[in-house]
Design a protein around this ligand. Structure first.
Ligand code: HEM
Length: 221
C-alpha cells in the first residue's frame, strides 16, 4: 500500500502505522523463508545466515538509536532494554560456534544503510524502523521463538533474540510504546512520512527474506 487514505492520517500515529502497513506485514509473514523456517524445514546453517543478517540490521538500528536519543522523536522509543545485539551474538555462539560474524548480504547492507540515512534525516523516520523491528519482535517474534524451541528441541538455548529479560510482559510494554507514539503530536503530513517509512522497512525485511529464500536448497533440513 502506498496511498494513504485520510482515515489513517486522522488516526493516532500508532494506529496509522499498524493499519498503514497491514498489507506489507501479511506479505512479510508469507515469505517463503519464514514459512519454511516455521515448518521446521530450514537447517542450522540457514537460521545462522538469518541471524548474521539481523546482526547487521540491529547494529545499525542500535548505533543510530544511541547517537540520536536526544532527539525528542527518537527519545520517545529509544530503550536500552530492547537492544538485541548481545542476544544475537549469544545465539550465533549456539548456531554457528566460532564462526565468522561477517556476512556478504546486499539485502542486509541496504537495510542498514537505509536505517542510517533515515536516522540522520529525521527522527520520525528512525521511529518507523524502530517500530517495525522491535514491536514485531515483541509480537509475532514471541511465537516464532517458541516454535523454533520446539522444532529444534532447543530447551531454551539459542533463542535469546526473542527473550527480553527486562520486559516480562510484552503487552503492557507495547501499549505504553504506542501511547508514547500517540503523544508525539505528529501532523498528518508527518504521519504520512512515518507510515511510508514503515512500509519501506517491511519491504527491506522482505528483501532480506527473499535473499535467504534463494538459498533455501542449500539450507534444507
Ligand atoms: C511469520 C512471521 C510473522 C508472524 C507470525 C507475525 C505475527 C504477528 C502478530 C500475531 C502480531 C500481532 C500481535 C499483537 O497484536 O500484539 C504482529 C504484530 C507485528 N508484527 Fe509481525 N509477524 C511476523 C513477521 C513480521 C515481520 C517480518 C515483521 C517486520 C520486520 C513484523 C512486524 C510486526 C509489527 C511491527 C507488529 C506490531 C503491529 C502493531 O500492533 O502496531 N512481523 N505480528
Amino acid at each position: 500500500m502506498t496511498l494513504l487514505d485520510d482515515q489513517h492520517l486522522d488516526s493516532p500515529l500508532s494506529t496509522a502505522m499498524r493499519d498503514g502497513s497491514k498489507v506489507e506485514h501479511e506479505a512479510a509473514e508469507g515469505s517463503v523463508f519464514m514459512t519454511e523456517l516455521l515448518a521446521g524445514r530450514v537447517a542450522e546453517a540457514g537460521y545462522a545466515a538469518y541471524l548474521l543478517r539481523l546482526r547487521v540490521v540491529y547494529d545499525a538500528l542500535e548505533s543510530a538509536g544511541r547517537a540520536h536519543h536526544h532527539d525528542p522523536l527518537v527519545g520517545a522509543v529509544h530503550d536500552q532494554d530492547l537492544e538485541r545485539l548481545a542476544a544475537l551474538d549469544a545465539d550465533l555462539d549456539h548456531w554457528a560456534p566460532g564462526g565468522d560474524r561477517s556476512v556478504d548480504s546486499p539485502a542486509a547492507d541496504r537495510y542498514a544503510d537505509r536505517i542510517r540515512t533515515a536516522a540522520a534525516e529525521w527522527g520520525g523516520l528512525y521511529v518507523a524502523h524502530h517500530y517495525t523491528r522491535y514491536l514485531g519482535d515483541l509480537s509475532g517474534g514471541q511465537a516464532i521463538g517458541r516454535i523454533l524451541d520446539r522444532d529444534f528441541d532447543l530447551g531454551g538455548r539459542g533463542i535469546a533474540f526473542y527473550a527480553f529479560a527486562s520486559i516480562p510482559k510484552p503487552k503492557p510494554y507495547k501499549d505504553a510504546y504506542r501511547a508514547r507514539l500517540d503523544a508525539l503530536g505528529t501532523t498528518p503530513a508527518e504521519k504520512a512520512r512515518i507510515v511510508s517509512e514503515v512500509q519501506e522497512a517491511f519491504r527491506l525485511n522482505r528483501a532480506l527474506f527473499a535473499e535467504l529464500g534463494e538459498r533455501l536448497p542449500e539450507y534444507a533440513r
